[in-house]
Design a protein around this ligand. Structure first.
Ligand code: MN
Length: 335
């Protein structure tokens, strides 16, 4: 199972933090909404990923063993329960969270997991998060970017952010298809939707949270971004550099800190789909290995190839231990 050994001889576990699953009841509801037609907008309601998305048992564990992954952090894949009416979203969230807790207790050394909750019912979602963290002992919350084309900078969603902060539950801000405002420019660019459009959608979401003062209001809230931070780490210096000029010109009250300071204190990133040496090295230089976690993005990416690519990146023992295991244990409270 475990493949790596640090210089002190202690084995390093490989924790993979952005790994998807679905339950049949959510698939049925997504199919109903999409009129049975699978598309980039309807979510993965059909196609080659389906058998693996539905398996959170022995089949997936066998693949993890073969590929060298010790622990997967599971989350309901995009668009989660965010397209449903509030009550349907809430009841499907409870069902998914219960199933997730069951599978984690069946394989406590192999799985951890993130709760799902409908932001479109923010107060009820906050209660469900309390149950999911407090009773079910899940490890955080996944939000699949926009909800009905709105972002978490809107204060009507803040009861959920408040609950996440007070429960110490990190929010994994995962991509979904871009919102209606971005749709024309990004969804129409066939072939580049996931590789570029999802990063623009989700990176914009994260910046909107920073710009709205979310991390002044909830200073302990922790957000996780996949795909090496959806390009943001590589732009932080430029964003900081232009921010005071733009704010000064418009007369808008500036944030008390630089945008990058919120990013550095309130965000952690994963390597999902981005296990390439040059950008991983750059991300370590920019953020430090204690803000980076390995992820494969199973089953959308080939887990074996992702592990192989990650293990081939030249890292110090300390960096390897942080990115493979320690950052994830700290951020998600994995014992
Ligand atoms: Mn993913």
């Amino acid at each position: 199972m475990s493949t790596q050994t640090g210089s002190e001889g202690e084995p390093i576990k490989l924790i993979s933090v952005e790994e998807s699953f679905l339950i049949p009841e959510i698939i049925d509801e997504l199919k109903r909404l999409a009129g049975g037609v699978p598309s980039m907008k309807s979510g993965p309601i059909a196609g080659p990923f389906m058998p693996r998305l539905l398996d959170i048992g022995a089949g997936r564990i066998a693949e993890m063993d073969a590929d060298g992954v010790d622990i997967q952090v599971l989350a309901v894949t995009a668009p989660g329960v965010q397209k449903f009416d509030p009550q349907t979203g809430l009841s499907l969230a409870k069902l998914a969270n219960d199933r997730l807790a069951e599978t984690i207790s069946a394989y406590p050394d192999r799985y951890a997991g993130l709760a799902v909750a409908p932001p479109q019912a923010a107060r009820e979602a906050a209660k469900e998060l309390e149950r999911a963290i407090g009773d079910l002992r899940l490890n955080g919350l996944v939000i699949n970017s926009h909800t009905n084309d709105e972002y978490l900078d809107d204060e009507k969603y803040w009861p959920l952010l408040e609950a996440a902060e007070s429960l110490g539950a990190p929010i994994y801000l995962h991509p979904r298809e871009p919102n209606a405002g971005l749709e024309q420019s990004l969804m129409a660019m066939t072939g580049f939707t996931v590789g570029w459009g999802y990063a623009v959608e989700t990176g914009t979401h994260a910046l909107r949270m920073i710009a709205a003062g979310v991390f002044e209001r909830f200073p302990k809230l922790q957000v996780v971004l996949g795909h090496l931070g959806e390009t943001l780490p590589f732009l932080l210096d430029r964003i900081d550099n232009r921010y005071p000029f733009e704010i000064g010109v418009t007369g808008v009250k500036p944030l008390p800190k630089k945008p990058s300071e919120y990013f550095r204190s309130n965000f952690t990133i994963s390597t999902s789909g981005m296990n390439f040496a040059a950008p991983v090295r750059a991300a370590i230089d920019i953020l430090g290995a204690d803000r980076i976690m390995f992820a494969a993005d199973y089953p959308m990416e080939n887990q074996r190839e992702m592990v192989r690519a990650y293990q081939a990146i030249a890292l110090s023992d300390d960096e390897r231990r942080q990115i493979s295991e320690l950052t994830a244990r700290r951020v998600f409270g994995i014992g």
